[in-house]
Design a protein around this ligand. Structure first.
Ligand SMILES: Cc1ncc(COP(=O)(O)O)c(C=O)c1O
Length: 374
């Protein structure tokens, strides 16, 4: 029985675990049937199921150590010129830009559109220079970037496209899934993601066979054979144990995504009539609804009021990447990206996970509306 003061977490993984506990235990035990802690059969099983659920007809889904290494290894495999410019949104998690730098390229930050917070294709086009060689659309909050526009720009200018789908497992644009538009798409299985491991894990998906083969090598020390290395790679493999856990969860992912969409709709029904700006999706976009974001004018008051009522909230993300201390010199200055800078001061993320009950949704919304100003 839910009480009016019980804590409501931003993401509650306990409820999910309670539903899948026997299967998770079985997956754990399965690892000790063959002791293949790395490269075990559980990895291929997870990769195949992930590819199938994303409608990847040919190519590769490659499990790896986390979402950051997935991005970095995909960018390395693109084999761009040293120092090549890569255009990405400033409104994303730090790892998107970090991977560009780790791969030896230069991040160039674009603004976002104010409706669904994804990269603005017109901005991308305006930033293209002779040094530009790739674009990273980030499907932030599970919202697909405008992939028709991005792919058209990439084709016109001969650019590679890497979809950062860390937050967008099973999201779709025009009925086609995340990770299948670009040259590659990458996913994070950070525990609180829509598909979360019990530790770190990630995945790269690519429709290109040659690229997939290079990525498989790069995540495993550039090995051609056990002790023959024909390139310098890294150790970025996924654990068989995490893959086994992910397979259990993958079987539920479509249903969980559906529940997230229903919850988002219920929140929208509370907030939109009161004049609040919520995520506005274009007709082509089927969002994976990773986070529920709403804009407010008095954010500090709202966050304090939610906290006082035992309701978790956070800001994803409060400091745009072009204003991060570590990226000064590679980046733009304050004032350059007006939508990004404005919304960074207004957005707040409120509880979102498939098991959230109607009673909890109503309590979050009512508590929010007690103080929030649009
Ligand atoms: C948009 C985005 N890109 C990249 C990452 C990095 O993934 P990971 O934490 O698994 O390295 C994350 C999540 O943390 C993310 O949200």
């Amino acid at each position: 029985m839910e009480h009016s003061s019980d804590p409501i977490a931003l993401v509650d993984l306990r409820a999910q675990y309670a539903d899948i506990k026997p299967e998770i235990q079985q997956a754990f035990d399965g690892i000790f049937e063959n002791f293949a802690f790395l490269n075990g059969p559980q990895v291929a099983e997870m990769e195949q199921l992930f590819a199938q659920l994303h409608g990847l007809r040919s190519g590769h889904a490659i499990g790896c150590s986390n979402g950051t290494s997935a991005l970095t290894v995909a960018l390395r495999a693109f084999d761009l010129s040293p120092g090549a410019e890569v255009i990405l949104p400033s409104h994303t998690f730090f790892a998107t830009a970090e991977s560009v730098i780790l791969a030896g390229y230069k991040p160039v930050f674009a603004d976002i559109n104010p409706d669904d917070y994804t990269i603005d294709p017109a901005q991308v086009e305006a930033l293209i220079s002779p040094q530009t060689e790739a674009i990273i659309p980030v499907h932030i909050y599970g919202n697909m970037a405008n992939m028709d526009a991005i792919m058209a720009i990439a084709e016109t200018h001969g650019l590679k496209v890497l979809e950062d789908a860390a937050q967008a497992q099973m999201a779709a644009w025009n009925g086609k899934m995340s990770g299948t538009y670009g040259d590659a798409g990458t996913y994070s299985f950070y525990p609180s993601k829509n598909l979360g491991a019990y530790g770190d894990a990630g995945l790269v998906m690519t429709r290109h066979d040659d690229l997939g083969k290079v990525i498989r090598k790069l995540i495993d020390h550039g090995r051609e054979d056990r002790y023959l290395h024909d390139m310098v790679g890294d150790n970025l493999r996924i654990d068989s144990l995490q893959a086994a856990f992910l397979t259990v969860k993958l079987k539920r992912l479509a249903a969980w995504t559906g529940q997230r969409r229903e919850i988002a709709q219920k929140y929208d029904d509370h907030f939109k009539p009161q004049g609040f700006k919520v995520i506005e999706l274009p007709a082509q976009s089927a969002s994976a609804r990773h986070l529920y974001i709403v804009e407010v004018d008095n954010r500090d008051d709202v966050m304090a009021h939610l906290a006082a009522n035992n309701i978790a909230c956070m800001i994803h993300y409060p400091i745009p990447l072009h204003l991060q201390p570590a990226l000064q010199g590679t980046a733009m200055r304050a004032g350059d990206l007006s939508v990004t800078e404005r919304i960074a001061k207004r957005i707040v993320s409120i509880p979102m996970y498939p098991e959230l009950s109607d009673v909890q949704i109503d309590r979050v919304a009512q508590t929010f509306l007690e103080v929030a100003k649009p």
